[in-house]
Design a protein around this ligand. Structure first.
Ligand SMILES: [Zn+2]
Length: 226
C-alpha cells in the first residue's frame, strides 16, 4: 500500500493532539471527482485549518495523506474528533441530483480495506464508523446510502468489533436498564428492547438531539453484539 504525501499550505498549524486513535470514521466527498488538494481548498474556504481528513482515497484506489495521524482531525463536531482517524472517499454515494453515484468502485473499496488494515496494525482500533453514525450527523447520510456499508463491515470480519467496544456497549445498556428500572444484566433482551421502543416513541416530541444520542448508543450496542 502506497500513501501519496501531499504538500498543504495550512491556514494555521496549531493542531490539537490525536494521542491514542481508537476509532476510524469514514466519509464520502459528496463530489464525484475531486483531489485531496480540492478538499484542502474547500476546507480552507470554510475557515478551517485545511483538509480535515487524515486520508483521502480516490476511486482509482490511490491513497493520499491529509492531516498527520497525530494531529486531531476536523471531520466531526468538536470533541467527537478526539482520537479519531478520518478517511474520505472520492465520490457522491447518496442522492444528490445529477451528481448521484450508485456504485463505489471495487478498487476504492479494496484500498479502504488496506488502509483500515494498516491503521489497525498501528493502533488499538475499537470501532469503524460512518460519519452518519455520529449524533451531530444523523441527517448527513455520509458516506452515503449507496456505499455498500453492510458488506464492507462484514468483510472486515469479526476482528472489527473489539472487546473494548463491547464493554462500552454493555456499560451503556446497563446504564439504560438502571435508569429505566429494569433488571440490570447488560443484555438487550425483549424487556430492554420494548422499553427502548417506548422511550423512543415518547422522544419523537422531545428535542431531537436526545433521540439521536440514544439511537447512536443503541446502534453501537447492536453493532457490538452482531
Ligand atoms: Zn462526512
Amino acid at each position: 500500500m502506497t500513501i501519496i504525501e501531499e504538500k498543504y499550505n495550512w491556514a494555521r498549524t496549531n493542531f490539537a493532539p490525536n494521542e491514542k486513535p481508537d476509532t476510524i470514521v469514514i466519509h464520502h466527498a459528496l463530489a464525484p471527482s475531486c483531489t485531496a488538494q480540492d478538499i484542502h481548498r474547500w476546507h480552507l474556504e470554510r475557515g478551517w485549518m485545511g483538509i480535515a481528513y487524515h486520508y483521502f482515497i480516490r476511486k482509482s484506489g490511490v491513497i493520499y495523506r491529509g492531516r498527520q495521524e497525530h494531529h486531531r482531525g476536523g471531520s466531526l463536531l468538536g470533541d467527537e474528533n478526539i482520537n479519531v482517524i478520518s478517511i474520505c472517499l472520492e465520490g457522491c454515494y447518496t442522492d444528490y441530483g445529477a451528481l448521484t453515484e450508485k456504485v463505489a468502485p471495487e478498487t476504492q473499496i479494496i484500498a479502504l480495506h488496506e488502509l483500515c488494515d494498516d491503521i489497525s496494525s498501528r493502533y488499538k482500533i475499537v470501532a469503524i464508523k460512518r460519519h452518519g453514525d455520529y449524533p451531530s450527523a444523523v441527517d448527513k447520510d455520509c458516506p452515503g446510502k449507496y456505499f455498500p456499508w453492510d458488506r464492507f463491515i462484514s468483510e472486515r470480519g469479526i476482528g472489527m468489533v473489539s472487546e473494548a467496544w463491547k464493554d462500552k456497549a454493555v456499560e451503556f445498556v446497563r446504564k439504560f436498564q438502571r435508569e429505566t428500572g429494569l433488571a440490570e444484566d447488560g443484555k438487550a433482551g425483549n424487556d430492554t428492547n420494548a422499553k427502548l421502543d417506548e422511550i423512543l416513541k415518547k422522544l419523537k416530541e422531545q428535542p431531537k438531539s436526545d433521540a439521536q444520542a440514544i439511537k447512536k448508543a443503541w446502534n453501537d450496542f447492536l453493532n457490538a453484539i452482531k
